[in-house]
Design a protein around this ligand. Structure first.
Ligand SMILES: *[C@@H]1O[C@H](CO)[C@@H](O)[C@H](O)[C@H]1NC(C)=O
Ligand SMILES: *[C@@H]1O[C@H](CO)[C@@H](O)[C@H](O)[C@H]1NC(C)=O
Length: 522
């Protein structure tokens, strides 16, 4: 079964579940507030040898209002590339936060966020005699950067927006600048939604942010992102990463067969038995409910790690190559649906598969969904970006076509947050008007995208509709055979030449920008 939020930027978001989560969250909050009372300005030195500290910064909740209530925003600092110990750095690199689970100190050491591009470059510059300070700032309403108190109130998401997050960045930069004896050049880095925050921080605050690197960032908001699943089809047939046309055909044909079976109640009952779908209270055929049938087949009965594809992963069925090999390896008489069933069973393991729209809505309404940022990101899609990954009749989606209609996502916005369909649609347009979408009017932003990434369809690339204007100095390049910002992950011996080269290109471009003296040059 594909996770509920295959739709979301990070796979890890898919894991909100379990009623124990909310207690865990309240406990963390209590500890946090105790720490804050102890002394919010006393850095917590972390147990490693890299001079990494965890700190909190008091931010206005509402930047537009004087005397707004505040919250404590969590951030990390690392001084190991700063011989002056952050007194007079030449450069400051800031890893911008976004959706997903909270940061840990690995964010400035070896995580998926900003390692291969930002931290490696800082290390190179330090070797060349430069003083480089590193920070990573969590995004409001994710991790431990939460408003105080009323997490259950209806006001919970009032101040959650990318704009407020960028204003948080600007306040943070100004605050740090006051402590430095010299005025350093700041560069922001981020991948995925944090890549949008990174680019837009430069867009809105060009005087504070000297340059920015924006990896795999879908800067063009779109209500119906039908491109996503079309691109998953392209990834399944991509021979460079072990896909093939035959593999795509099996997935598409198997889902056609499933869709056919879903049209009768005996067919549904057969699927419930074969795919081991859990009974729901009072309902032994959960697939008789339209929304459940959609959840079952509209996002795929198997999990295809398109945006997370890792060519060197070691688990079973962990990448496109292994999934395609397994799908195509079976007796000749096996139907496409039975091939999917075999892979689904291996992926799901023992235990039945829950397919229950109603309980998902209840979960999303509850505190449990704050874990991992699931609820907050859903809110941002309804409030700003859309990005709904439909699977429609007239598309190249490899799953059951027609079984992920846009009204499914819109119902979620309305049931969970009370935001109606027209408002969601207007919110998406407003985001593009505000930031410019593909036409971002800025300079010294580098856009990097992998060609194994459905999100690249809404990113600034050399092939998307609005080709970046070279005179504006918004360079963009592709990374072959790379999934969603794979090159920002920690550096490994298994990394491909393409990934290694992309890092060097990023370092070279940022280094060139850092050597400029003229604020207007690029
Ligand atoms: C820090 O470095 C020292 C000396 O290299 C080593 O003995 C120690 O285990 C390190 N501590 C941690 C927490 O990595
Ligand atoms: C990519 O870089 C890493 C780290 O330097 C290295 O270990 C790896 O061998 C390189 N990959 C290739 C294909 O050369």
């Amino acid at each position: 079964m594909a996770p509920l939020f295959a739709a979301l930027l990070f796979a890890s978001l898919a894991s909100a579940s379990g009623s124990g989560v909310s207690t865990a969250i309240s406990r963390i909050r209590i500890d946090l507030e105790r720490d804050i009372k102890r002394d919010i300005n006393e850095p917590l030195r972390l147990p490693n040898n890299n001079s990494i500290a965890e700190l909190y910064f008091e931010q206005p909740l509402d930047h537009q209002t004087v005397d707004s209530d505040t919250y404590f925003q969590r951030y990390f600092s690392r001084t190991s590339f700063s011989p002056s110990d952050a007194v007079s750095p030449d450069y400051v690199f800031l890893c911008t936060g976004g959706e997903g689970p909270g940061f840990t100190d690995s964010v400035l050491l070896d995580s998926v966020h900003c390692t291969g591009d930002m931290i490696e470059l800082a290390s190179n510059l330090a070797d060349a005699g430069k003083d480089v300070m590193l920070y990573a700032i969590e995004h409001r309403y994710y991790g431990l950067s939460l408003p105080r108190g009323d997490m259950t109130s209806s006001n919970y998401n009032v101040y959650l927006s990318s704009h407020n997050a960028i204003l948080d960045v600007s306040t943070f930069v100004e605050m740090q600048n006051e402590k430095f004896e010299t005025k350093p050049k700041w560069v922001t880095f981020g991948g995925s939604y944090p890549g949008m925050v990174s680019a837009w921080s430069r867009l809105l605050f060009p005087d504070l942010i000297w340059a920015s690197v924006s990896n795999s960032s879908p800067v063009q908001a779109k209500l119906n992102m039908n491109e996503y699943n079309d691109y998953v089809g392209k990834v399944l047939s991509d021979e460079d990463i072990g896909g093939s046309q035959e593999c795509l055909d099996v997935v598409a044909e198997g889902h056609e067969q499933i869709k056919e079976q879903l049209s009768t109640s005996s067919g549904q009952e057969g699927l419930v038995a074969e795919f081991n779908v859990c009974e729901i209270d009072g309902l032994d055929n959960p697939l008789s409910v339209d929304r459940n049938a959609q959840l079952f087949a509209g996002d795929g009965v198997i999990y295809v790690p398109a945006q997370e594809n890792d060519p060197s992963c070691t688990g079973d069925l962990c990448n496109v190559k292994k999934i395609c090999e397994s799908l195509l390896d079976g007796p000749e008489t096996e139907s496409a649906m039975d091939k999917l069933l075999r892979v689904a069973a291996a992926q799901n393991g023992d235990g039945c598969v829950t397919v229950d729209w109603e309980s998902q809505i209840s979960l999303l309404k509850s505190l449990a969904a704050t874990a991992g940022g699931t609820r907050s990101w859903l809110f941002q899609t309804c409030n700003e970006f859309g990005f709904y990954q439909t699977c429609e009749e007239d598309s190249s989606c490899p799953y059951a076509k027609g079984l992920h209609p846009l009204n499914q996502d819109l119902e979620m916005c309305s049931s969970v947050f009370g935001i109606d369909a027209d408002t969601v649609s207007n919110n998406v347009d407003a985001s593009n008007d505000f930031y410019g979408g593909w036409n971002v009017d800025s300079s010294r932003i580098l856009f990097v995208n992998g060609d194994v990434d459905p999100w690249s369809t809404l990113a600034i690339t050399s092939t998307n509709p609005e080709v970046p204007d070279p005179t504006k100095c918004l360079p963009a390049f592709w990374v072959d055979q790379a999934s969603h910002h794979f090159w920002t992950h920690e550096v490994l011996p298994t990394d491909s030449d393409y990934v290694n080269e992309s890092r060097k290109k990023i370092w070279k471009q940022v280094d060139q920008w850092l050597q400029l003296d003229d604020a207007g040059a690029c």
